[in-house]
Design a protein around this ligand. Structure first.
Ligand code: GLC
Length: 357
């Protein structure tokens, strides 16, 4: 994540080489055909064509500075050649766009895709003429897919706590990806850790000592958070085990364990409600926040937070229903996508390849 550009692309190309080597006997390419690759690259990119784009900036803890401004497809193609593979990237796709393509392939009512994972982002389809920034030729369909990069949203209306502010200042990208830092898997566990630390320091949450490990940034992942939060044992046994395993806290009483669960719940609920607000924003922009016309609206969602954090997913969906009202909500379908982005990128590469004949 913080090495050199070649390290990253050689790593990806080596994984591709392994995959190609593992293909069974049944897989044959026609004579003279080269493997066409769909490349999901889940970072902000200035896309210059279907198979080229330069990295605008890193997000989600990546920090390979030399790559900013470079064409990521060119770099991957070079690494592929270094591996001696006969393969070429024919479609560069953000994960939201891949997820949307995969969803639309099976359901024509899909209009947007949202990622709730390590990071968060969304893409939606709109009329090309509604995009003031677009000066190029209009596509034949008249439509355009917009990768919002909504993780970078910030607003004075978005209240930030002292914990959010401290997390942001100490992050690799201060001042950026503020919405993402409130919602996504990379950060929620860390927010919980910061709240627990303050409770330990000022309210003696863990008796009169502050567990030293609790002072270590990123020690508590969102996966740990959701395992504690989703503990269904009557005495919150799992919470006790996790506190011991992760933070070295030997024994805790029920009240303390319950307080930890409550902190997880507050942070997850806030994230889920904010994510729902983002989706509502897209529906509003597209005029899908009313029943007229009676049209089914499908939104594909992928990412570990949505998939594994059931409380988060349910809270997000119920908030969206509250925002839309029962009647409109009955036309809006949230569909879980499974590796939508990889499949979508492959579909886009395949269809582009067909267009070329
Ligand atoms: C980050 C990236 C964005 C990606 C999202 C979800 O926000 O900047 O491109 O879609 O994470 O992976």
């Amino acid at each position: 994540m913080s090495g050199g550009s070649d390290d990253l692309f050689d790593f990806i190309a080596a994984a591709l080489a392994n995959f190609v080597a593992s293909e069974g006997e049944d897989y044959h390419l026609s004579e003279g055909m080269q493997r066409q690759l769909g490349f999901t690259f889940s970072f902000p990119v200035k896309q210059t064509s279907i198979a080229s784009g330069t990295l605008i900036k890193w997000t989600k803890g990546f920090a390979i500075d030399e790559m900013v401004g470079m064409d990521v497809v060119e770099e991957l193609n070079k690494a592929i050649r270094r591996q001696g593979l006969d393969m070429k990237v024919t479609a560069l796709v953000n994960d939201t766009v891949g997820t949307l393509a995969a969803a639309k392939y099976v359901d024509n009512d899909a209009i947007a895709a949202v990622i709730l994972g390590t990071g968060t982002n969304a893409a939606y389809i709109d009329h090309a003429h509604k995009i003031p920034k677009w000066h190029g030729p209009l596509p034949k369909s008249g439509e355009m897919v917009i990768n919002m990069e909504w993780g970078n949203f910030r607003s004075s209306h978005l209240p930030l706590t002292e914990f959010d502010q401290a997390l942001d200042v100490e992050s690799l990208n201060p001042g950026e990806q503020i919405y993402e830092k409130l919602i996504s898997g990379m950060y929620m566990g860390e927010i919980v850790r910061r709240v627990l630390l303050k409770m330990a320091q000022e309210a003696y949450l863990f008796a009169d000592n502050v567990p030293p490990k609790l002072e270590t940034p990123d020690i508590l992942s969102t996966l740990h958070m959701l395992m504690m939060h989703q503990d269904t044992t009557p005495d919150l046994k799992t919470v006790g085990i996790k506190l011991k395993e992760i933070l070295g806290i030997e024994s805790t009483c029920y009240k303390t364990r319950k307080a930890v669960v409550d902190v997880c719940e507050v942070v997850a609920r806030r994230g889920a409600r904010l994510a729902a607000a983002g989706i509502y924003g897209i529906l509003k922009k597209l005029g899908r926040d009313t029943v007229c016309p009676e049209q089914r609206t499908v939104i594909a969602v992928d990412g570990g937070v949505y998939k594994y954090y059931k409380f988060f997913a349910q809270c997000m969906e119920s908030t969206l229903s509250d925002l839309l009202g029962e009647e409109v909500a009955s036309f809006v379908v949230i569909k879980q996508a499974n590796d939508g982005s990889g499949i979508g990128a492959a579909l886009l590469a395949a269809s582009y390849c067909q267009c070329l004949g």
